[in-house]
Ligand binder design. Structure first.
Ligand code: TRP
Ligand code: ZN
Length: 464
């Protein structure tokens, strides 16, 4: 791929290399290039390397709306590289180093192109450090919702689905590249800084508090989060000893308490159905209703704009299995997140004295008022980037799962749900992986119509 924004010296080097077969010390790397050819977000992610770890050191002053950051990205080159891109939007870059040596860089749109002093060899690990500062931006998505860095009444909030993490740290911002994280955040004393993983240190000096968060399990950057503000913190553990860390805006504390008390029970119920919880802690972050327009399955600790209802809490917690642990390979595979999380809501109701999943399915199938929305497009083929969070991905995605359940029976279905989470635990998967998995695990069953009509077909399928 040589689609990188042109770095003039690098292009010259390539020409020279062609002519003289010697350039940059004899390694003939090429630019990694921008984008991973995602069908909906073609510029998201970058070619030529695989991130293993993000080390982020940030400092934020909410009053001045000023962020200072240093990001050290550890990555493995997947080919010989003369240059590579990071996704990074807004904020001013002060310096870039690669393996401790100062590197040339330039920016076009969300691409930060870095040209290391020495070419990077395929298979080798390198560390790129970017120092930056400024006023982080809020990004408006193709569907009109806001993500990136959001200012709140008492601080800020970083939300990253699908590309918002470009607004607060440079990286390979595509779901297919997961990594571990260490995040150190300094904020004015009195405020909290809440993120993914576990809080490993917290210290106050000269009126500023530094919070250190560690995420050991692989995390896609779109589920990385940071919430800065006034929060009431409560810690507990589930019966299995899983740490629960909950941060709630004081304004939402009363309304949230009863529902958040259900977290341990929901995790236990979910483990029973979906298999072992994939991460080393859980919890929630609740900010005020005006702070964001939606809930999000941020890793370990889902985010809610205001006290959630039980269904939404179940939805975001079950995303930890389907979305955060088993992560879509591209944004086209969103139904593997939303269909599963929505079906979990149906299962929760079924298991707790509410409608059965069959009743929920029937009601949706017959709801002519919602027909325009539910049958607008097939869940596995959203027409465009603005549709990846639309109703067919959620409701009709869940209906696909229900059709599988009807085909294989309850017991085999539960075993498929668990098996899928376990087969791709902490990895990535796409729709074809899923259909192949189901067919392999249920030999002799016919899924032709489920795939053709429910997963990929246009319009409302006929009732069987
Ligand atoms: N994933 C969120 C949920 O259902 C919803 C969401 C927020 C979303 N922002 C998005 C989905 C952007 C797709 C793209 O819990
Ligand atoms: Zn969801």
């Amino acid at each position: 791929m040589s689609r990188s924004a042109p770095v003039v010296p690098s292009a010259a080097c390539v020409l020279l290399a062609l002519a003289l077969t010697a350039c940059g010390g004899g390694v003939h790397g090429t630019p990694g290039g921008y984008g991973l050819r995602d069908p909906y977000f073609p510029r998201a992610g970058n070619g030529g390397y695989d991130v293993t770890h993000y080390g982020l050191r940030l400092s934020y002053d909410p009053g001045a709306h000023h962020l200072t950051g240093s990001a050290t990205v550890t990555a493995r080159a997947t080919r010989d590289l003369s240059a590579f891109d990071l996704d990074f939007k807004g904020l001013d870059v002060a310096e870039v180093t690669v393996d401790g040596e100062s590197a040339r860089w330039h920016r076009t749109g969300q691409e930060l192109t870095v040209r290391p002093p020495d070419e990077l060899e395929k298979g080798g690990t390198f560390r790129v450090t970017v120092r930056y500062s400024g006023a982080p931006v809020t990004i408006t998505d193709p569907d009109g919702s806001e993500e990136g860095w959001l200012r709140t009444a008492d601080g800020a909030l970083a939300l990253g689905e699908p590309v918002g993490s470009t607004a607060w740290f440079p990286g390979n911002h595509h779901p297919s590249d997961k990594a571990s994280y260490d995040l150190e955040v300094t904020v004015p004393e009195g405020l909290q800084a809440v993120s993914d993983g576990e809080l490993t240190d917290r210290r106050t000096r000269a009126g500023r508090t530094t919070f250190t968060w560690h995420t050991g399990e692989p995390m896609a950057s779109y589920v990385a989060t940071l919430a800065i503000g006034d929060f009431e913190i409560s810690r507990s553990t589930t019966r299995d000893g899983l740490p629960v860390y909950v941060a709630v805006d004081p304004d939402q504390a009363r309304a949230s308490r009863p529902v958040l008390a259900k977290i341990p029970g929901i995790i236990e119920w979910a483990q029973d159905i979906f298999g072992p919880y994939p991460f080393s802690s859980t919890g929630a972050i609740v900010d005020r209703p005006g702070d964001a327009g939606y809930a999000l399955e941020t890793q370990n600790r889902p985010f809610f704009p205001g006290a959630p209802d039980t269904g939404t809490l179940v939805h975001e917690l079950v995303h930890q299995w389907y979305g955060d642990s088993v992560t879509p390979r591209t944004w086209r595979d969103m139904w593997l997140n939303e269909g599963f999380a929505t079906y979990a809501e149906w299962l929760w109701r079924e298991d707790h004295g509410g409608d059965t999943a069959q009743q929920t399915f029937d009601a949706l199938y017959e709801d002519d008022g919602a027909a325009d929305r539910i049958w607008a497009f097939p869940p596995a083929k959203p027409p465009g980037a603005a549709d990846v969070s639309a109703s067919p991905v959620y409701q009709r995605g869940a209906m696909v799962l229900h059709k599988i359940r009807q085909t294989v029976g309850d017991e085999a279905f539960r075993s498929l749900l668990r098996g899928w989470a376990s087969a791709h635990r902490h990895g990535n998967a796409d729709t074809r992986d899923f259909t192949a998995y189901v067919e392999k695990r249920a030999p002799g069953k016919d899924f032709t119509r489920v795939w053709r009509d429910w997963l990929y077909g246009d319009g409302r399928p006929d009732r069987p």
